[in-house]
Design a protein around this ligand. Structure first.
Ligand SMILES: C[S@@+](CC[C@H](N)C(=O)[O-])C[C@H]1O[C@@H](n2cnc3c(N)ncnc32)[C@H](O)[C@@H]1O
Length: 447
């Protein structure tokens, strides 16, 4: 059982967590959207927002186990119109199993949450179920520990694919997916490097770790509020996972080159490219609201790009001038970043993988015609599935006579890499380390 930090307790945080969980699990909405909506609805304070987030993330991480517990402890399933109480029960059980909140406080705040979701009449039921868990905790946990279907708390199809593809390392991937993710920083090369910024962190009493080959990246010992980072508002530093920080160096943009970042929002990799080279960057994305975040990020970092809202499968936005280099950070299953987005486990369907793979191939084919002969395209995903990665690129190279692998250098030794995905890098999520990610570089032949 993992222990999470709990801030000030309160019924609104429990009600908000339950409401967000209902949106995700019943209405297939993203937690990134559902949680802020719920926070607003229940007028959460900053501390309660943190608590609601910790509970909602935790429930989504351990969902099969918590569902199993509810099934053991509730006599008959709740009627659809009072289904919100089911989510309060999941939230309550998660707190009792995995949070440091005192049990009596967790139970009473969860019971009081029923009033806020207009289910006052079921306060007694919530109280009885949570107290019943307390009484039967040892025997319930013993059963959970021996139930193989609950081990790992992943949907069967993801677990099966990981076992098939990574027979040696699937259990480490699952363990990393269940972890609360570490916080990584990308130091803005226009102001500092990892060494000089680390000295500023140390002065501020913030412990961090540097890694060979990650010249502008640092891992914080403990996640913290960005406002406490030296120079954050001045643009000296950004939050970005280590795996994503290899995109800019592998793309290798040079000053004044014409660069396309084809799926750019929220702009982490665009900003990194511009921090390293004063190139002419076009940051394109299909989603207007996400492009607002690109604008905000570039503004904080005092960087400039041409921002285009368009579909990368089409070319109606293109002026016909070829690009020197293209970064395609493609829409994908996000199976490499489950620990940052635990809702992915329950929102993704196995059938999505083929659809995503088709979309990736369509975008890749379209962008290829916009690349200069001799130019390079860096393909990236935050997926660990070969259909979206190595197989995808192999298929593209087989189908396009002017495309060839531009083999990547060997990755730094501290990265967890799948040795079978040769020529590119298949990074696997690593405990206390980086996310799962894939990189392949293609070169367009000169004719
Ligand atoms: C993995 S995210 C990109 C993350 C970004 N590169 C960064 O580092 O901050 C994928 C992006 O692809 C965008 N996208 C999905 N389909 C697209 C399409 N057909 N054309 C352009 N962008 C698309 C999504 O809106 C999303 O922002």
């Amino acid at each position: 059982m993992s222990q999470s930090r709990a801030g000030a307790s309160g019924a609104p945080a429990r009600a908000a967590a339950a409401s967000a969980l209902q949106q995700v699990l019943q209405h297939q909405r993203s937690l990134n959207v559902a949680l802020p909506e719920a926070a607003q609805k229940f007028k959460l304070t900053a501390a309660d927002k943190g608590l609601a987030q910790a509970i909602a993330f935790g429930v989504l991480r351990d969902l099969p186990t918590l569902e199993w517990l509810v099934a053991q402890l509730v006599d008959k399933p709740l009627k659809p119109k009072v289904r919100i109480v089911h989510y309060l029960l999941l939230a309550g059980l998660y707190q009792l199993r995995s949070m440091r909140t005192a049990s009596h406080a967790a139970i009473s705040a969860t019971v009081d949450g029923a009033v806020l979701v207009r289910q006052q009449g079921l306060k007694g039921l919530i109280n009885a179920v949570l107290r019943s868990y307390q009484r039967k905790q040892d025997e319930c946990e013993a059963e959970i520990n021996t139930a193989s279907e609950l081990s790992g708390n992943h949907p069967g199809w993801i677990k099966k694919r990981l076992q098939q593809r990574y027979p040696q390392s699937w259990s480490q991937i699952i363990a990393a997916n269940q972890q609360q993710p570490p916080m990584w920083l990308r130091v803005n090369a226009r102001h500092h490097n990892a060494t000089s910024y680390q000295a500023l962190l140390t002065e501020a009493g913030i412990e961090s770790h540097s890694y060979p080959g990650l010249d502008h990246g640092l891992r914080l010992q403990q996640p913290l509020d960005v406002a406490t980072l030296p120079g954050f508002s001045e643009g000296w530093v950004s939050v970005q996972d280590a795996a994503a920080q290899f995109a800019a160096p592998l793309l290798g943009a040079q000053p004044a080159e014409r660069i396309l970042d084809a799926c750019a929002a929220p702009g982490g990799k665009s900003a990194h490219i511009l921090e390293g080279a004063a190139c002419e960057l076009t940051a394109l994305d299909i989603e207007a609201s996400r492009l607002e975040r690109v604008k905000d990020n570039l503004q904080r970092l005092a960087l400039n790009a041409t921002i285009v809202e368009a579909d990368a499968t089409a070319n109606d936005w293109w002026d016909g001038e070829l690009f020197d280099r293209i970064l395609l950070d493609a829409p994908c299953s996000a199976t490499g970043v489950i620990r940052r987005h635990p809702d992915i486990k329950w929102l993704r369907r196995e059938s999505d993988i083929a659809d995503l793979s088709d979309l990736q191939q369509t975008i890749l084919t379209n962008l290829w015609s916009m690349l200069k002969p001799g130019g390079q395209l860096l393909y990236a995903t935050c997926s660990v599935l070969p259909e979206e990665n190595h197989q995808q690129i192999t298929h593209f190279i087989d189908a396009n006579s002017d495309a060839e692998w531009d083999e990547l250098p060997p990755p730094p030794a501290w990265l967890a890499v799948d040795p079978l995905a040769s020529k590119g890098w298949q990074l696997l999520p690593k405990i206390d380390g980086h996310d799962g990610f894939y990189y392949a570089r293609l070169k367009k032949q000169q004719h």
